[in-house]
Design a protein around this ligand. Structure first.
Ligand SMILES: *[C@@H]1O[C@H](CO)[C@@H](O)[C@H](O)[C@H]1NC(C)=O
Ligand SMILES: *[C@@H]1O[C@H](CO)[C@@H](O)[C@H](O)[C@H]1NC(C)=O
Length: 205
């Protein structure tokens, strides 16, 4: 069954002859769907942005869920930490919510990549792998902020030029639970421990 649904490596081999090496596309292959924690790490590393829901602090939707788009990175390409890092300013409407209540939820989907489009998977289909993270947003400092900067600025180079008077800071999504939709059978739960132990890519052999 999985061979039918995951021909992404073969598929990309034909398409990437002009733009990329076949080896690179094979390395990017999604893990088997029974390796749920690895799938979660794969999605988290491949996605450059996420929808983040906060509890609104703004009338007339005070106390209601509020979903917004944020650029994220869990590390430079090929160097995944599993931690979604964010570059934030207190001028931002959702960040103001987080100051009142840091609880949030992030969702990321392979619909953001070529994976689902090339295989004709609708974004809401469980075959188009997506994850929802529960947790909170916390500012990071010191060496972790240095890693966050490298993670974000390599994948979102225009951040380097964002206006300095906005007082940007680095933050991470502090994961308390991972929800994975990949393949049929309903949502699967991965603990933060399982998630951080897993590797998104096949070990080189
Ligand atoms: C980072 O520094 C900020 C501001 O001093 C502080 O509020 C926050 O708790 C620190 N974060 C961590 C993870 O230590
Ligand atoms: C992350 O969340 C857990 C569970 O709510 C909490 O115990 C921990 O202190 C949080 N970590 C940071 C750095 O805020």
């Amino acid at each position: 069954m999985s061979a039918v649904f995951r021909p992404v490596c073969t598929l990309l081999l034909g398409l990437l002859q002009v733009s990329g090496s076949p080896a690179a596309s094979c390395r990017d292959r999604i893990p088997p769907h029974d390796q749920v924690a690895r799938v979660a790490r794969f999605v988290a590393h491949r996605c450059d942005w996420a929808s983040m829901a906060t509890i609104s602090s703004h009338p007339p939707v005070l106390g209601q869920p509020f979903s917004n788009v944020f650029s994220v990175s869990d590390g430079p390409p090929g160097s995944s930490s599993g931690v979604p890092y964010l570059y934030l300013t207190h001028m931002e409407v959702s960040v103001q919510d987080l100051q009142v209540n840091p609880a949030a939820s992030l969702s990321m989907s392979l619909a953001q990549t070529d994976f689902c489009r090339l295989q004709g998977f609708d974004p809401q289909s469980p075959l188009c792998a997506h994850i929802m993270l529960s947790g909170s947003v916390v500012q990071v400092n010191g060496t972790e902020a240095e890693f966050a900067k490298k993670a974000l600025f390599t994948r979102h180079p225009e951040m380097i030029d964002w206006p300095t008077d906005h007082n940007w800071f680095f933050a991470k999504f502090n994961i308390t639970q991972v929800w994975v939709l990949d393949y049929f059978g309903g949502v699967k739960i991965v603990t933060p421990e399982e998630y951080f132990k897993a590797t998104p890519y096949r070990k080189p052999h």
